[in-house]
Design a protein around this ligand. Structure first.
Ligand code: SAM
Length: 457
C-alpha cells in the first residue's frame, strides 16, 4: 500500500466531480478515485472511507458541507434501503443532464479519437409510474410474505409495498398475490436450502390495453395447492387475463426457467405502441417504459434514413417491435433473437399488424449475421439492440465485412456502446450522432441511439 493511500475509517473533505455509472458521486483524493453513494456532482462532502481497493475507495457522507441546489428529498420511503432507484435525491432536469454526461464520459474514455457530439437526453414529462413490469423475488421472512429488491450486495429482501416508478396496477396485483400466498400458506422458495416452491413473481401490464399477466416462477411444477391457489387468484384478480406458471428448478440467479404453462386464461397479453399492437409471451422481452419506447423507436426511425427501398436487419429483435416500427418505411425487415418465444411473438406481431415483408429467424445475432455476410447478404441498414454486454466481436466483424452502409446501435450500457463504437470506427465507420433517451427515470440507467455510417459512403 502506498503511504499516500486512503485508509478505512479516515475522514476527508471531498469535492464531487461527476456521477458514476451506478449513480454514486465520484471524487478524487490524492489522485485516488472515491465513490460516495448519494453525493451529487458539484457538492463538497465530508466523507468517511468505508472500503479501500487497489484502484478506488468508497466513502459514506458524514456531512454535506456544500449541498447541491439540485438536491431534493427522495419521495420514496424505502429509497435508502431498496437500491432500485439511485437518483431520487436529484431533481429531474439535473438527472437528464447527468445521464448525458455519463454517455459523454464513456465516449471520452473508450472512443476519444472519435468523440461525437452527445445530444441532450430525451426525458419524460411525468417521470414516475412508468414501469409496465415488476419482477420480484418472494420469500418468507419473519413469518410473513416479503417481496421486493435485495439490499445492494446482500440477499436480504427489502419489503416493497408500493413502488413510485411502477405502474399502480402492478402494485395492486402484487399486493393481492401477497395476501393469497399468505392466506393459503403456499411454500415459498428458500434459497439457502433450495427448497419451497414460488421464487419470483412477474407482473406485466398492457398500459394501452389494460390487460395484465401474472407469472409465478416456481421450483416445483405443479404448484403446491395449485387448484386452490389458481381459484383464489382468479377470484381476487378478475382483471388479470393471463396466469402462468414458469418452472425453474435450478440453483440459478436466472429468473425464468425453460418451461411455462398456462394456469388460467390467455398465454399472452396484448400491448399497443403507437398504431401497432403486440402480443407478448411471458419470457419475451418488451421495453419497460412504453411512452419513452415510442420516443426511442422514433429516434431510431429518424436516424435510419429509410426511403422505402431498404432491407433492414433488426438484430436482437425481441418481440419484433423495432423492426415493425420501421417496416412501413422499408422494403424488407429481417429480425433475429435467441429466445424462441420472442421469435414466435415477432412472427405473430407482424401478421397481426398486416406487415408481410418482415421475417424472423431464431438464433444468435453473432452467428447469423456473419453466416449471412459470408453468403453475400448486404443489408442497407442494421439496427441492433443488444443486452448490456454489447455486440460480439463476430457481429462487428460481419458488419464490417458486409460493408453495411448504416448501423443504428440502441444501447443500454454507455461503456460497451463506446467500446464497440471505437472498434467500428477503427474498421471504417463514422459516429454521426448519439442521442440519450431516459427509459428509466430516477435510476442511473441510460439508453442511447447511436448512428454510425461507412466513412466512404
Ligand atoms: C434489450 S432487448 C431488445 C429487444 C427489442 N429490440 C425491443 O426493443 O424490445 C435484447 C434482446 O436480445 C436478445 N438476445 C440476447 N442475446 C442475444 C444474442 N446473442 N443473439 C440474438 N438475440 C439475443 C434477448 O432475448 C432480447 O430480446
Amino acid at each position: 500500500m502506498s503511504p499516500m493511500q486512503l485508509k478505512k475509517g479516515e475522514v476527508i473533505g471531498l469535492p464531487i466531480r461527476r456521477l458514476g455509472i451506478n449513480g454514486e458521486g465520484v471524487g478524487f483524493y490524492r489522485k485516488q478515485v472515491v465513490f460516495v453513494d448519494g453525493a451529487i456532482p458539484g457538492e463538497y462532502v465530508t466523507t468517511r472511507i468505508t472500503e479501500v481497493q487497489k484502484k478506488y475507495a468508497r466513502g459514506e457522507i458524514l456531512r454535506l458541507k456544500k449541498p447541491s441546489s439540485h438536491r431534493v428529498k427522495p419521495p420514496c420511503p424505502i429509497y435508502q434501503q431498496c437500491g432500485g432507484c439511485q437518483l431520487q435525491h436529484i431533481d429531474y432536469p439535473m438527472q437528464l443532464r447527468l445521464k448525458r454526461e455519463l454517455v459523454e464520459e464513456a465516449f471520452s474514455r473508450y472512443a476519444k479519437q472519435e468523440m461525437p457530439t452527445i445530444r441532450e437526453t430525451i426525458g419524460m414529462e411525468e417521470p414516475w409510474t412508468y414501469r409496465n413490469k415488476a419482477q420480484l423475488p418472494v420469500r418468507r421472512q419473519a413469518g410473513g410474505v416479503v417481496m421486493g429488491m435485495y439490499t445492494p450486495g446482500s440477499h436480504h429482501l427489502v419489503d416493497m409495498k408500493g413502488c413510485l416508478v411502477q405502474h399502480p396496477e402492478t402494485d395492486r396485483i402484487l399486493d393481492i398475490v401477497r395476501q393469497v400466498l399468505q392466506d393459503l400458506s403456499i411454500p415459498l422458495y428458500n434459497e439457502k436450502k433450495h427448497r419451497g416452491a414460488v421464487r419470483h413473481l412477474v407482473v406485466r401490464v398492457g398500459i394501452a390495453t389494460k390487460e395484465a399477466q401474472l407469472v409465478l416462477i416456481s421450483r416445483e411444477d405443479p404448484l403446491p395447492k395449485e387448484d386452490a391457489l389458481v381459484k383464489e387468484l382468479h377470484r381476487r384478480l378478475p382483471g388479470v387475463s393471463s396466469f402462468i406458471v414458469n418452472h425453474n428448478p435450478h440453483r440459478t440467479s436466472l429468473v425464468f426457467g425453460e418451461k411455462s404453462r398456462v394456469l388460467w386464461g390467455e398465454e399472452k397479453i396484448t400491448e399497443g405502441l403507437g398504431k401497432l399492437t403486440f402480443r407478448l409471451s411471458a419470457p419475451a422481452f418488451f421495453q419497460l417504459n412504453p411512452s419513452q419506447t415510442v420516443r426511442l423507436y422514433d429516434t431510431v426511425l429518424n436516424v435510419a434514413g429509410l426511403s422505402g427501398r431498404e432491407t433492414v436487419v433488426d438484430a436482437y429483435c425481441g418481440a419484433g417491435t423495432i423492426g415493425l416500427w420501421l417496416a412501413g418505411h422499408a422494403a424488407r425487415v429481417i429480425g433475429m433473437d435467441i429466445v424462441p418465444e420472442a421469435i414466435t411473438d415477432a412472427r405473430e406481431n407482424a401478421a397481426m399488424n398486416r406487415i408481410d415483408h418482415a421475417e424472423y429467424v431464431l438464433g444468435a445475432a453473432e452467428e447469423l449475421l456473419p453466416r449471412w455476410a459470408d453468403q453475400g447478404f448486404r443489408p442497407d441498414v442494421v439496427v441492433a439492440d443488444p443486452p448490456r454486454t454489447g455486440l460480439g466481436e463476430d457481429f462487428m466483424d460481419a458488419l464490417l465485412r458486409a460493408e453495411v452502409p448504416r448501423f443504428v446501435y440502441v444501447s443500454c450500457n454507455p461503456s460497451t456502446l463506446a467500446k464497440d463504437c471505437n472498434r467500428l470506427a477503427r474498421g471504417g465507420y463514422a459516429i454521426r450522432s448519439v442521442q440519450p433517451v431516459d427509459m428509466f427515470p430516477q435510476t442511473s440507467q441510460v439508453e442511447s441511439v447511436t448512428l454510425l455510417e461507412r466513412k466512404n459512403q
